[in-house]
Write a protein that binds this ligand. Structure first.
Ligand code: HEC
Ligand code: HEC
Ligand code: HEC
Ligand code: HEC
Ligand code: HEC
Ligand code: HEC
Ligand code: HEC
Ligand code: HEC
Ligand code: HEC
Ligand code: HEC
Length: 391
């Protein structure tokens, strides 16, 4: 079907005809194609955005349309500007992008005062996509491309998409259809994941059988990821596997589409990523008065010592603790006793403070920082370190 921005003659005749013969249309005869109105919708997503598409029967109706966000106690209405308006078979398809804030968002459509009410729960850490939530709004619950959207959202790309069509066409999964609605998911990200950049959306998203529901992979997608990242399967056989990897949650850190940080991470691994979950380590990366941070955490982040995925050593460390520390603190390399006082063992004895563990550098120093000088477990003055173990 052809899309026209210009009114064809027959449509004009129809407009004049209906004007003369039929009673004028009641206010608000437009159709809200998506999202559903009248009930509260729940949106759980990384990005706080939803699309509102309205079909206006004619140009007059298009012009009289007003969409606004209801704000404040007084219910002030902030008008919204359409993202675009396109014509097909004489009707106008007016597109709006609704930006969602955490909590309840109310939008009103005039004439007719119809309401779109959305409760938005932002999910910056991308936990599993729980489609079992009651009231969760899923656009593709029944169809991939509803009839109301087809004819325009088909195998085509706009010229300004910046993508080389011929190159992409070679790919059997190439999905420009998805891109025509979801371009913001891909464009505008600094780091793009290979298959998403190639619009290979169906490498991960599947059309279901029967009801054609578009399967949304849950957050636990190791099988999807390992299908291409075969070398990473070795993580599963390591002795120490990071919690999220153990349960197959790759997307709590990586956005499978694209993100602001290298490796498609949604936060900076030097500062925000790890402490988003390990909140008790926040002051290790954020400057706090009176707290001594470990120079290396400031400079290189948690990844200086821990593998984010898996390793052969406890706490997913790259090496056993003393080797790890002495790898940078060269003065203590190979030293097994004599620090901090003559003859003091550094390994091979049970650590009185940590049941089941051996004495190590981390017995007296906190690698994540401390309130005391030299990252010690107590003040070095007055023997407060020594009394933690010796009475
Ligand atoms: C006609 C436009 C359109 C097309 C084509 C389209 N989508 Fe969507 N999709 C939407 C809208 C609208 C939403 C709801 C979120 C929003 O409002 O932005 C959505 C939501 C989703 C979601 C979240 C779960 C859900 O069902 O709401 C996934 C996953 C998704 N789309 C993937 C895809 C993939 C993959 C394709 C290609 C096979 C595709 N979409 C094609 C419009 C479209
Ligand atoms: C009359 C044709 C037409 C119809 C029908 C239509 N659209 Fe669109 N839509 C477009 C065009 C054209 C664009 C802009 C594409 C571009 O810029 O590459 C667009 C863009 C979009 C976008 C992306 C907006 C953005 O800026 O990122 C979404 C989402 C979307 N449409 C959803 C829908 C949904 C959902 C339906 C059905 C309820 C629908 N559209 C029906 C023509 C149409
Ligand atoms: C490498 C696998 C993979 C590819 C490729 C992929 N997706 Fe996704 N997508 C996912 C997973 C997994 C989720 C579930 C949410 C999550 O855990 O991040 C998801 C969620 C979504 C959502 C919901 C977004 C939200 O904010 O929660 C949309 C929309 C979507 N995908 C569209 C697309 C489109 C369009 C493409 C192609 C340009 C695409 N996806 C390519 C794996 C993928
Ligand atoms: C269809 C195959 C495919 C699937 C499925 C897939 N990836 Fe990828 N992934 C790639 C390709 C191709 C690259 C790009 C490699 C490159 O450019 O160096 C890539 C790159 C990456 C990178 C960046 C690596 C680097 O060295 O830059 C990360 C991180 C990543 N993928 C994570 C994931 C996660 C997490 C999943 C599951 C949600 C996943 N991938 C699923 C094919 C895939
Ligand atoms: C706790 C957060 C986190 C989780 C969960 C996570 N990753 Fe990563 N991933 C990272 C970080 C951080 C890096 C960057 C490592 C670096 O700087 O060397 C990375 C890098 C990567 C890379 C590229 C470099 C490399 O080491 O191979 C791939 C591929 C990758 N991850 C795949 C995955 C897959 C597949 C999963 C799920 C099984 C996963 N990741 C789960 C944080 C995570
Ligand atoms: C999405 C949440 C999440 C993020 C992000 C995250 N972790 Fe974890 N981490 C966990 C969970 C869950 C566990 C497992 C806790 C358990 O088993 O009791 C864990 C455990 C750990 C452990 C302790 C293992 C042990 O044996 O006690 C270390 C070390 C660790 N994470 C380091 C990191 C580092 C480094 C990063 C950043 C690259 C990071 N985590 C990011 C959720 C997260
Ligand atoms: C200088 C190396 C080093 C750096 C950098 C580092 N850690 Fe650790 N981490 C360790 C060592 C050694 C242990 C085990 C000894 C202990 O109990 O402190 C550990 C243990 C942990 C544990 C499990 C025990 C606990 O204290 O909860 C978590 C979780 C953890 N680290 C998270 C992080 C996070 C998050 C960061 C970044 C803010 C980070 N680590 C940076 C060396 C490091
Ligand atoms: C990747 C390199 C690296 C690793 C591994 C490392 N450190 Fe550090 N450490 C540093 C840097 C860099 C500084 C900051 C030096 C400075 O400020 O002069 C530092 C500072 C310290 C200080 C404070 C020194 C002072 O004079 O105030 C102590 C104590 C310390 N580290 C102990 C440890 C322990 C214990 C471990 C093992 C759990 C460890 N470090 C692992 C690089 C590292
Ligand atoms: C039994 C407790 C204890 C153990 C175990 C220990 N330290 Fe220390 N460390 C101290 C004390 C106390 C100081 C305070 C300075 C002093 O009195 O010499 C110190 C100071 C330091 C300093 C800063 C001053 C300097 O000498 O450069 C570094 C770096 C350091 N230790 C690294 C390590 C490393 C690496 C290990 C493991 C190989 C380790 N420590 C094991 C108690 C300990
Ligand atoms: C984390 C616990 C811990 C802390 C803190 C600690 N020690 Fe020890 N210390 C030990 C252990 C364990 C031994 C070995 C006991 C054994 O041999 O059974 C030991 C042994 C010693 C010995 C005997 C060494 C030898 O030659 O046999 C002396 C002396 C000593 N500590 C002094 C100190 C002093 C001084 C401090 C404070 C700067 C200190 N310790 C802090 C755990 C600790």
């Amino acid at each position: 079907m052809e899309n026209r921005r210009v009114l064809p003659t027959w449509a004009l005749i129809m407009v004049v005809f209906s004007f003369v013969i039929l009673p004028s249309l009641p206010a608000g005869a437009y159709t809200i194609l998506t999202p559903p109105t009248g009930k509260k919708l729940l949106v759980r997503a990384r990005r706080g955005a939803a699309s509102l598409v309205i079909r206006a029967a004619d140009n007059g109706e298009r012009r009289s349309l007003q969409v606004g966000r209801v704000t404040g106690r007084q219910g002030t209405i902030e008008p919204l500007v359409p993202a675009g308006s396109w014509q097909k078979d004489g009707s106008y398809y007016v597109h709006y992008e609704l930006s969602l804030k955490k909590g309840i968002n109310t939008f009103v459509i005039k004439p007719g005062d119809k309401k779109v009410i959305v409760r938005y729960r932002s999910q910056p850490t991308m936990p599993p996509f729980g489609s079992s939530d009651s009231g969760l709004y899923l656009f593709h619950r029944n169809e991939v491309v509803p009839a109301a959207c087809s004819g325009c959202h088909d195998r085509k790309l706009s010229a300004d998409s910046g993508l080389e069509m011929k190159e992409l066409e070679k790919n059997s999964n190439f999905s420009p259809v998805c891109f025509s609605c979801h371009r913001r998911l891909v464009n505008g990200n600094k780091w793009l994941h290979g298959p998403s950049a190639n619009l290979d959306c169906l490498a991960c998203h599947r059309r279901g059988e029967g009801n054609k529901k578009l399967a949304v992979p849950t957050g636990r997608v190791p099988n999807i990821c390992y299908r291409c990242h075969v070398n990473e399967r070795k993580w599963k056989s390591k002795a120490y596997i990071h919690g999220p990897i153990r349960i197959g949650d790759c997307t709590v850190c990586h956005d499978p589409h694209g993100a602001s940080y290298k490796f498609e991470l949604w936060a900076d691994p030097k500062t925000g990523l790890c402490v988003a979950c390990h909140t008790d380590k926040r002051q290790s990366v954020e400057k706090t008065p009176g707290f001594h941070r470990h120079g290396i955490v400031v400079g290189s982040g948690c990844g200086a010592c821990h593998d984010p995925h898996a390793s052969d050593y406890p706490f997913q460390l790259y090496k056993p603790i003393n080797k790890l520390c002495a790898g940078c603190h060269l003065r203590l390399q190979g030293v097994t006793s004599g620090h901090p006082v003559g003859g003091h063992p550094l390994s091979g004895k049970p650590d009185p403070r940590h049941k089941g563990r051996e004495l190590s550098c981390a017995s007296c120093h906190n690698p994540h920082g401390s309130n005391y000088q030299y990252l010690l477990i107590g003040s070095p003055l007055g023997g407060n370190v020594c009394t933690k173990c010796h009475h």
